[in-house]
Write a protein that binds this ligand. Structure first.
Ligand code: MN
Ligand code: MN
Length: 313
């Protein structure tokens, strides 16, 4: 069960009203790397987790993320408090008010539609979606995803810190950013507490394909490093030599039943193309200069024809 404590995890001191900044901060309220996504990610993983250590950690962090949601949502509410009151009370001249809401942001949506409260959207007004949660129910996979999610959340906080000079907001965002660093550390430790954590899952890869680096983009700019050369990798430059990788003929085949093969042949015959037929089509009939008219006439336009056609005579 959840029990709510009325104190925030970190004190929110907002210097002045700023609905535009409030809109930007929604990125960490209802955005893909925001606190609700984080809370739902770890909460659902924790419910399904059987390992007592991971279950405990996931539920601890999920609950902390809800506390972060409360902090960031409170900052948004404080930034909008003045505008919300003016909207509700009709206290400002219409034009002046509209200008104050729309100055440089989308906070008119936030104000008009959501009444200035923290909305479960990202900073562009896109509604939160469970698709932000990409758990797969395998800890060696999900912990890596969690590590990446924490590093994304850290970077988004860093950008938000850089766009405000309000010391109270900077302070609270700095706390939230730092907690994501701590979570990343916990998830990394938990991942490496699983021995044989790579690759994810139970099946090992096919050995002769696992150590090969395929140099598919060749030419100036080719660079060697530990990510593509010995000792971990064998770099393949001559693609003709090794592809198809299985040594087969590289075609796609399937064994069909006699009935399937019969209709497949019929369909192929019905839709066969005849290279001898060069019909005049609507494209030819309507073609102007530069459109590539090739049948029934002379006009085969060039790029310079297009320029001529566009210029007034
Ligand atoms: Mn968080
Ligand atoms: Mn976190």
């Amino acid at each position: 069960m959840f029990i709510h404590n009325k104190r925030l995890q970190y004190t929110v001191r907002v210097g002045e009203s700023n609905p535009v900044l409030g809109s930007l901060l929604l990125e960490q309220f209802g955005g893909p790397d925001g606190e609700l996504a984080a809370a739902m990610r770890y909460f659902t993983q924790g419910l399904a987790e059987d390992d007592p250590g991971r279950k405990d950690m996931l539920l601890d962090i999920a609950t902390e993320e809800l506390s972060h949601l409360e902090v960031i949502g409170s900052i948004v509410a404080m930034l909008n408090k003045g505008a919300k009151a003016q909207l509700a009370e009709g206290a400002m001249e219409e034009a002046e008010f509209y200008r104050s809401l729309t100055a440089g942001g989308n906070s008119h949506t936030q104000a008009i539609l959501f009444g200035g409260g923290p909305a479960l959207t990202n900073s562009s007004g896109v509604p939160w979606t469970a698709a932000y949660v990409d758990s797969r129910g395998e800890p060696t996979c999900d912990l890596r995803s969690n590590i990446a999610a924490e590093s994304r959340a850290k970077i988004v906080y860093e950008r938000l810190i850089n766009i405000t000079d309000d010391p109270g907001i900077k302070d609270a965002l700095g706390f939230l950013m730092t907690r994501e660093i701590a979570h990343q550390k916990s998830f990394e430790k938990a991942l490496y507490a699983i021995t044989d954590n790579f690759p994810s899952g139970k099946l090992q890869g096919v050995g002769r394909f696992a150590d090969v680096y395929v140099n598919t983009s060749q030419g100036v700019g080719d660079l060697a490093g530990p990510w593509n050369e010995a000792p971990m990798f064998e770099k393949i430059d001559d693609l003709e030599e090794v592809m198809p990788a299985d040594g087969g003929d590289g075609t796609a085949t399937v064994k069909l039943t006699r009935a399937e093969a019969t209709v497949a042949k019929k369909m192929m015959e019905r839709t066969a193309s005849d290279p001898e037929v060069d019909a005049e089509t609507g494209v030819d009939l309507g073609a102007g200069p530069g459109a590539g008219k090739v049948t029934g006439g002379e006009d085969k336009g060039t790029a310079s024809d297009i320029k001529k056609a566009e210029k007034p005579a």
